[in-house]
Design a protein around this ligand. Structure first.
Ligand SMILES: [Zn+2]
Length: 100
């Protein structure tokens, strides 16, 4: 049996995770999750929302920003998948454990 890297956060979540408490998310996602909107005159908010659903499916509704500023990072946003470098903020996601 081979172990392949997860193709998305959702795939990884379904496999073996019930909790992520150290996600690094972009400023657009931070605003969307904290305030429900992000208006900069571009389609950034729509692009981020689409990315969230692609990566997390319905579990995107469980993403919780905690407001911690992680500073400038070059890593991919773990909420929407945006690869642009920029400020990152911390977020968490928890799903209920179920009997298998
Ligand atoms: Zn994002």
């Amino acid at each position: 049996m081979t172990t392949e890297p997860p193709t998305s956060n959702l795939h990884h979540l379904r496999r073996n995770q019930h909790a992520y408490d150290d996600l690094s998310i972009c400023v657009v996602c931070q605003h969307l999750l904290a305030n429900g909107e992000y208006n900069d005159g571009t389609t950034a908010a729509e692009t981020a929302a689409t990315g969230m659903l692609k990566l997390w499916g319905n579990n995107a509704l469980l993403l919780i920003p905690d407001g911690t500023d992680l500073g400038y990072r070059t890593t991919t946003c773990e909420s929407c998948g945006n690869t642009d470098h920029g400020d990152r903020y911390r977020a968490a996601l928890f799903t209920p454990r179920r009997k298998s």
